[in-house]
Design a protein around this ligand. Structure first.
Ligand code: 5GP
Length: 182
């Protein structure tokens, strides 16, 4: 295992190994399969790009419930003038009316992106909206949104790998790394 990686002047150490990610994936898939066990129509899984592409690909191969897959690309703004806005760089290609929707996110930090996106989804009158995230930072978002399926709660630290980037690099790392302090 490569225990440390460096990008620019920043060094990262292994935080969640490939093996631990597999354990998390198996548990999450089990929870999702159980939650939708009585539903016969496909669940619409919406993956928020770019960071969640690896998580989504691994997760769906462990699901036994019928699903459809959609991808969106969002950009949230947090400055004072435009707080609460999410730009859609890639839009949904299907109607969600009357569907069960499961949003698949890589990491929830402030929760702003999902808070705004969930409100937009509600306008399409889906039957249900649930949220699944691989990682969650509760100390940052303070539970402003309900998260139905959480892979792992982490502190307010910056992580990379397994889809998560640093300036578009590091997405291909098989483990999740965190910024090394000191
Ligand atoms: P939020 O709207 O919840 O503050 O931000 C969510 C998005 O910010 C995530 O989908 C991800 O793209 C990015 N993000 C938040 N925390 C991290 C982190 O620790 N590492 C990386 N690489 N991206 C993060």
């Amino acid at each position: 295992m490569i225990s440390e990686v460096t990008y620019g002047d920043k060094t990262f150490e292994v935080f969640i190994s490939q093996e631990e990610i597999q354990v998390i994936l198996n548990r999450l898939a089990g929870e999702i399969n159980d939650a939708y066990a009585d539903i016969s129509e496909p669940i619409v899984l919406i993956s928020i790009l770019d960071g969640s592409f690896i998580f989504m690909a691994d997760l769906v191969r462990k699901l036994s419930v019928p699903i459809e897959i959609q991808f969106v690309k969002l950009k949230s703004y947090e400055d004072m003038t435009s707080r609460g806005e999410v730009a859609h760089l890639l839009k949904l290609q299907t109607s969600l009316t009357g569907k069960h929707v499961l949003v698949v996110e890589d990491i929830i930090d402030t929760g702003l992106t999902l808070e705004v996106f969930s409100e937009e989804l509600k306008k399409q009158n889906p039957l249900t909206i649930k949220i699944c995230t691989l990682l969650s930072k509760p100390e940052v978002h303070n539970d402003i949104i309900d998260i139905d399926f959480v892979g792992k709660e982490i502190g307010p630290e910056f992580v990379i790998g397994y889809g998560l980037d640093i300036d578009e690099a590091a997405r291909q790392l098989p483990h999740i790394y965190r910024l090394k302090i000191g």
